[in-house]
Design a protein around this ligand. Structure first.
Ligand SMILES: Nc1nc2c(c(=O)[nH]1)N[C@H]1C(S)=C(S)[C@@H](COP(=O)(O)OP(=O)(O)OC[C@H]3O[C@@H](n4cnc5c(=O)[nH]c(N)nc54)[C@H](O)[C@@H]3O)O[C@H]1N2
Ligand SMILES: Nc1nc2c(c(=O)[nH]1)N[C@H]1C(S)=C(S)[C@@H](COP(=O)(O)OP(=O)(O)OC[C@H]3O[C@@H](n4cnc5c(=O)[nH]c(N)nc54)[C@H](O)[C@@H]3O)O[C@H]1N2
Ligand SMILES: [Mo]
Length: 773
């Protein structure tokens, strides 16, 4: 085995784990000079000056790598010299760190010891450098070589009684090429068990949009947003999670757009923005972004959309032919009459109760919707991770349909995706229920027979593991145990597996929540140079607006032993399926162009993939509603949805808790303990609530409490508890609280999921607070 030099092989990286919370004045603007300074400082700490300069210069540039931070597109035609943001730079610094975790580290720490460490500590130890194996009954991981690792996995697969005892999870950083061979492997083996992070993320968007407009993707481009005259941003915190979107919004604003923020919290990025890439942007207090802030109650968005639609209907009735886009409704829509009947029956008191907004605020929004010629609706987790997430997104779609706001310039639907390639992974077939046309095309291209029965999504996979029906759990990236709901139940579920396999860049909780045996397979990240047999390879990704482009890392990998995701999958497939399998795994691994050729023949829209992806800005995938007002739905038209109105009442004495991201984390990876824009620093174990809710409970800010969730289980009322959270007074609606993910995931019951999409309800958990003695 090759010997690797570890700069800090015999010492752990120490991290501060402070527990004192400081609440400063909430920042009313995002970005600006502090953001650039923070980005550079993180880079220097993790990478040193040379790597910092080299990586940041290549971020989101043509010939560079796609930022692993988020799925917001680059502005076509004018990539700026520094098209990155503070949080993109942090994501890069985390990946390109010089810190390393090798065999000496695992010899020093038993799995039991690692299980006592925080996720923050684990991730700060650095990049994984060696394949590691935890044998059944062992206390420590030990190094293995790749061939042995492949044999271990292949033997477990061979011992399954049915291929459905295997589960293949994917996180959204995986490239198109890796995702395609991964699903091909799962289907060659005989299972559709392909859960992914999307099941916990935008699944509600995909489900709603597919039945409403026939495609589960957004219908706008960056220029559309820049030329919209009304932009609604609901349930999204772009200042932290999609900072480059602020630049687009600032351009829209300069072109005269009105921006409305719909959120329980006054998020800094939506309020004011200082563009660090414009000299003017760094002085003063920034420009105002949102013209209106609607402080909606958690779960009140569906009622808001319906209330607005009702007022739009009233206006149309008052002046027929002036408000609705009647031609669009006649030519392209179905179900409008049933929907209008629902609107007529709407009790506006329900709207006021559900939203917590005033009649005047809702009327004001309705007036803006009536007057606008070009409306874009943007949303993210605040809408999707609700029990009625699908209905809420369908309702927002209804509102836009009434005014014909789909398939014309400057207007449309904009679900803002999370992981940088989560949309592409789905396009490549990472989905437990891919349509027949896709499966048939795969079978035809490769001469295999894909299974047709639907597989497990994330929640169903955890259930199956709990029942002991999963022998092998494999994860292509991500941090399953921390991202999934009901942390203790998910840990117990994983422990039932014979083998858990994690293909990862960095250490996380999922490496210590193992099956009887476990493998860690270290892989290249976006920033790493991917060279196989002397030939450099590049991968492709699809952004939130369906643009496919290349990504090429340029850094020297953390170890000579790292394999690319593609190589790991192809080697495993060959070891499992044998040399006579019809897929030429070894050839695919040696030349990603061959994978792209295969994709071009299987997935519509990828014709000429290898040529078109090498064009300056890549290429845009087809989107029938956007391109031609074509709706490939059950009716061949855009469908109005007619769901009964739902919202989230607050039970007496309880709170509705949303679990969200701080400014200093990437999902389950914690960068630090500060949430700068919200003015909270030093501690992530906090619960933010309205000052009157603090007083009403006889509590005071700074006091420590346990947070206890309550829900109906199969055997009556059940509880889950997280301990020692600090109470912070915050500007949130009464009855609504907020705390950070993943610390609060143990509170989310596995069975609390969105209707139809099965997404865990991470944004509405019924809790009570118990003061600590
Ligand atoms: N730096 C950074 N970037 C990221 C990520 C990260 O962790 N860090 N994660 C990536 C991923 S995978 C994703 S999915 C995205 C997530 O991006 P976001 O969806 O912005 O992430 P959350 O922190 O979950 O924020 C949800 C927002 O919804 C609001 N909200 C909560 N409940 C409701 C509600 O009922 N109604 C309304 N209207 N609003 C509500 C919250 O106050 C908050 O502003 O970001 C991606 N980008
Ligand atoms: N309570 C609550 N729960 C949530 C959410 C919430 O808002 N609230 N949000 C949900 C959402 S939107 C999402 S998307 C999920 C996120 O779920 P995941 O995608 O599973 O989680 P991440 O934290 O993004 O995964 C981080 C790990 O990915 C690995 N990694 C990073 N880069 C690469 C790479 O290039 N290749 C490989 N193979 N591995 C890599 C590293 O080892 C790192 O530790 O969490 C969900 N869970
Ligand atoms: Mo996500």
């Amino acid at each position: 085995m090759a010997h690797i030099h570890h700069p800090d092989a015999d010492a752990d990286v120490t991290v501060d784990e402070p527990d004192v919370v400081h609440v400063d004045h909430v920042k009313h603007y995002a970005a600006g000079v502090p953001a650039v300074a923070v980005a550079l400082q993180r880079g220097m700490e993790q990478m040193g000056p040379v790597r910092t300069a080299r990586t940041l210069a290549k971020l989101n540039q043509r010939n560079g790598f796609d930022c692993p931070g988020c799925a917001w597109p680059e502005t076509p035609g004018h990539r700026k010299h520094a098209e990155f943001c503070e949080n993109g730079a942090k994501a890069v610094a985390e990946e390109a760190t010089r810190r390393q975790v090798g065999p000496e580290f695992f010899a020093r720490h038993s799995v039991a010891d690692l299980a006592t460490r925080s996720g923050y500590w684990l991730s700060q130890q650095g990049r994984l450098t060696h394949p590691m194996y935890l044998a059944p009954g062992d206390t420590h991981y030990r190094p293995v070589d790749w061939d042995e690792a492949d044999r271990i996995v292949a033997a477990e697969f061979a011992a399954m009684t049915t291929p459905d005892e295997a589960v293949f999870y994917t996180s959204g950083r995986t490239s198109n090429e890796a995702a395609f061979v991964y699903q091909l492997f799962a289907r060659s083996l005989g299972t559709n068990n392909l859960p992914d992070c999307s099941n916990m993320c935008h699944e509600s968007s995909g489900t709603a949009l597919t039945s409403s407009i026939g495609i589960g993707k957004g219908s706008v481009s960056v220029p559309d947003l820049e030329h919209a005259d009304l932009i609604l941003i609901a349930g999204q915190n772009p200042g932290t999670n999609h900072p480059r979107m602020l630049g687009t919004l600032a351009n829209a604003k300069a072109n005269g757009a009105r921006i409305v923020a719909i959120n329980p919290l006054p998020e800094a990025g939506l309020m004011r923005f200082k563009d660090p890439q414009k000299v003017g942007g760094v002085i003063g207090t920034g420009s105002k972004l949102a013209d209106d802030f609607l402080q909606v109650r958690i779960g009140g968005d569906m009622a808001l959309f319906r209330g607005v639609a009702k007022l739009v209907l009233d206006a149309e009735r008052a002046a027929p032919g002036t408000v609705f886009d009647q031609d669009f409704l006649d030519e392209h829509c179905a179900g409008v009459d049933d929907y209008l009947t629902l609107l007529e029956r709407l009790d506006f008191d329900d709207v006021l109760a559900a939203t917590g907004l005033t009649q005047a605020q809702i009327r004001d929004l309705a007036d803006a919707v009536i007057r606008a010629d070009r409306i874009v609706l943007c949303w993210a987790m605040g809408l999707t991770q609700q029990r009625h997430g699908v209905a809420t997104i369908a309702e927002g779609t209804n509102l836009l349909l009434l005014r014909g706001m789909i398939g014309k310039p400057g207007a449309g639907l904009c679900p803002v995706r999370g992981h940088s390639n989560v949309q592409g992974d789905r396009t490549m077939g990472i989905y437990e229920k891919m349509p027949e046309a896709f499966l048939a095309a795969v079978d035809h291209e490769f001469g295999i027979t894909s299974p047709r029965a639907h597989g497990f999504d994330t929640v169903a996979a955890i259930d199956a593991m709990t029942r002991g029906q999963v022998r092998v759990f494999m994860a292509m990236g991500g941090n399953f145990v921390s991202a999934a709901p009901d942390t203790r139940a998910t840990e117990a579920a994983l422990a039932q597996c014979r083998l858990t396999v994690q293909v990862s860049t960095k250490l996380n909780e999922s490496h210590v929540a193992t099956g009887h045996a476990a493998l860690i397979l270290p892989t290249l990240g976006r920033t790493d140079k991917d060279v196989i047999a002397g030939v450099p390879q590049q991968v492709s990704v699809e952004d939130s607006m369906s643009v496919v482009h290349l990504s090429r890392g340029s850094l020297k990998p953390a170890s000579e032993l790292l394999h690319s995701e593609v190589a790991i999958i192809c080697d495993l497939a060959e070891a499992t399926l044998g040399p006579d399998h019809p897929v030429e795994w070894s050839a695919l691994k040696h030349d990603y162009d061959l994978i792209r050729d295969r994709i071009s023949r299987v997935i519509p829209g990828f014709e000429g993939f290898n040529t078109r992806v090498r064009a300056k800005d890549g290429f845009v995938l087809p989107h029938p509603p956007r391109d031609a007002r074509k709706f490939e739905t059950s009716t061949g038209r855009a469908n109005f949805a007619a769901y009964p109105l739902e919202w989230v009442p607050v039970p007496a004495g309880r709170l509705i808790l949303q679990t969200m991201r701080s400014h200093d984390q990437y999902n389950t990876t914690i960068y630090g303990h500060d949430d700068r824009y919200r003015g909270v620093s030093g501690n992530r174990h906090v619960v933010l609530l309205h000052p009157d809710d603090i007083t009403a409970r006889g509590l005071r800010p700074g006091q420590h409490v346990d947070v206890v969730s309550e829900f109906d289980g199969p055997d009556g009322l059940e509880e889950r508890r997280v301990t020692d959270f600090e109470v912070v007074a915050y500007d949130t609606p009464r009855g609504n609280a907020a705390a950070y993910y993943p610390e609060t995931n143990p509170l989310i019951p596995l069975r609390s999921v969105a209707a139809e999409s099965n997404t865990p309800v991470s944004k509405a958990v019924v809790v009570r607070l118990e003061p600590r003695a």
